[in-house]
Design a protein around this ligand. Structure first.
Ligand code: Y43
Ligand code: MG
Length: 201
């Protein structure tokens, strides 16, 4: 295991568990912003990229460490891409997954099966320092369908209502390692590592 390389600028326990597996398997040690007493950044951006940059810059500034951040969300075609950037606060209270799911299922109540397509989108940013003018940016997508009712008790967030049609499992029904292989976050991190392969990590 390498010495600590960066701070992960997230306070989402589900994401942090995934990063622990993904980065641990690759041999990278990190600290979380919470462990260092860093408060959440304000997510005032209008795109996933902007918000990921804001989070990473905030944590890098506060800690003096390189910082990795994820901004992600669920984009539902029948809802014009909502909840999208606002996935965490869709029902009003930041991070209330049950309320967010309830609002999503209500909005999708009359949408027929063929039109329930959606995708998770993740942007991961690595800043070498707070004023790094060359952020490393990677994206990942996971396409699926919105279920009519929750299935499974793994994962976090919208996982119980997101169906991976190829495996006929909800995101909450996968083993964590399999979700990490298929997911938007897993794909974004793989792309990030590829970009960094010859340079930093
Ligand atoms: O794999 C996923 N499985 C289920 N739901 C997911 C996933 N990935 C993102 N999501 C949802 C959860 C949250 O409602 C929003 C992310 O919002 P986002 O601002 O990026 O994260 P957050 O506020 O929960 O934590 P933080 O900003 O500290 O990293 O999208
Ligand atoms: Mg957030």
């Amino acid at each position: 295991m390498s010495p600590v390389k960066f701070v992960v600028a997230s306070s989402n326990a589900g994401k942090l568990a995934e990063f622990r597996d993904l980065l641990g398997a690759a041999g990278y040690a990190f600290v979380t912003q919470g462990e260092l007493g860093v408060e959440d950044a304000e997510e005032t951006g209008l795109t996933f990229v902007e918000n990921a940059l804001l989070k990473a810059r905030h944590a890098a500034r506060a800690t003096g460490l390189p910082a990795l951040a994820d901004d992600s969300g669920l984009c539902v075609d029948a809802l014009g891409g909502a909840p999208g950037l606002y996935s965490a606060r869709y029902a009003g209270v930041h991070g209330d997954a049950q309320a967010n799911i309830a609002k999503l299922l209500a909005a999708m109540k009359d949408v027929p099966a063929a039109q329930r397509t959606a995708h998770f989108h993740a942007v991961i940013v690595l800043l070498r320092h707070a004023d790094d003018p060359q952020p490393v940016i990677a994206e990942g997508r996971w396409s699926g369908l919105i279920l009519e009712a929750p299935r499974g008790d793994g994962g976090f967030g919208y996982d119980p209502v997101f169906l991976d049609p190829e495996n006929n499992l909800s995101a909450a029904e996968f083993e964590p390692a399999i979700k990490n292989r298929l997911s938007h976050r897993g794909r974004a991190l793989a792309a990030l590592r590829q970009k960094l392969a010859d340079t930093w990590l």
